[in-house]
Design a protein around this ligand. Structure first.
Ligand code: COA
Length: 177
């Protein structure tokens, strides 16, 4: 039985260990730790099984600057599931619960840089369809995706989606899958 809930302060060390293990490198865990400290408005959820943290997902604010105004959405990254429990639907639960929480707000869109076969099942589509571009050079068109939550607003918005600077401070860009 896997429960999805908000991350609590006492989960922080376990989340770091999980991210290090799932990614096989410390960069993603570091980004998570930095965002937690420096960024208002993150959404950090954990998957818990037998009192163990077995999954984690973070969403943080992203911005589009257009004609002098800023439109703010959320970016999904990173996400991790304990290697021995992958492919059992835990990641799916994390994405769905994250999107459910965000849909209760006025957030107009959620972006993800991830696998083109995984995220469409949650409502993500190619961002280029909406005139949205990744800030990072060389990102293939099909892996940068958007989940539109406010269709009428997003019809009027286009441009470059900028993630928090914490994502640029590591060795590499975090892909969501
Ligand atoms: C990506 C991840 C979070 C998915 O969690 P999960 O619990 O295994 O996912 P689910 O069980 O809900 O879904 C599994 C699906 O994802 C697909 N999938 C998993 N990893 C994938 C990858 N790297 N590339 C493409 N597809 C992948 C599986 O093939 C499966 O597809 P299917 O449902 O069509 O059979 C997990 O595999 C993970 O932690 N990976 C290592 C860390 C990582 O790469 N995170 C993403 C970058 S931020």
């Amino acid at each position: 039985m896997v429960e999805i809930r908000f991350e609590r302060p006492e989960d922080i060390d376990d989340v770091r260990v999980l991210n290090d293990k799932a990614f096989g490198q410390p960069e993603e865990g570091r980004i998570v730790d930095k965002l937690r400290i420096s960024c208002n408005g993150i959404l950090s959820l954990v998957a818990v099984s037998n009192n163990q943290i077995v999954g984690h997902i973070m969403f943080s604010p992203v911005t589009i600057e257009m004609q002098g105004s800023i439109i703010e959405g959320m970016g999904l990254a990173p996400m991790s599931v304990s290697p021995e429990l992958q492919n059992q639907g835990i990641g799916t639960k994390l994405v769905k619960e994250g999107l459910r929480c965000i849909k209760n707000t006025t957030c107009p869109f959620v972006t993800v840089l991830g696998h083109e076969k995984y995220y469409p099942r949650f409502g993500f589509q190619r961002a280029s369809k909406y005139g949205l571009k990744s800030q990072w050079e060389g990102v293939p068109d099909d892996v940068f995706m958007v989940n539109i939550l406010d269709e009428s607003l997003m019809k009027t918005v286009s441009g470059i989606v900028k993630y928090r600077d914490e994502f640029n401070e590591g060795e590499q860009t975090t892909l969501a899958i």
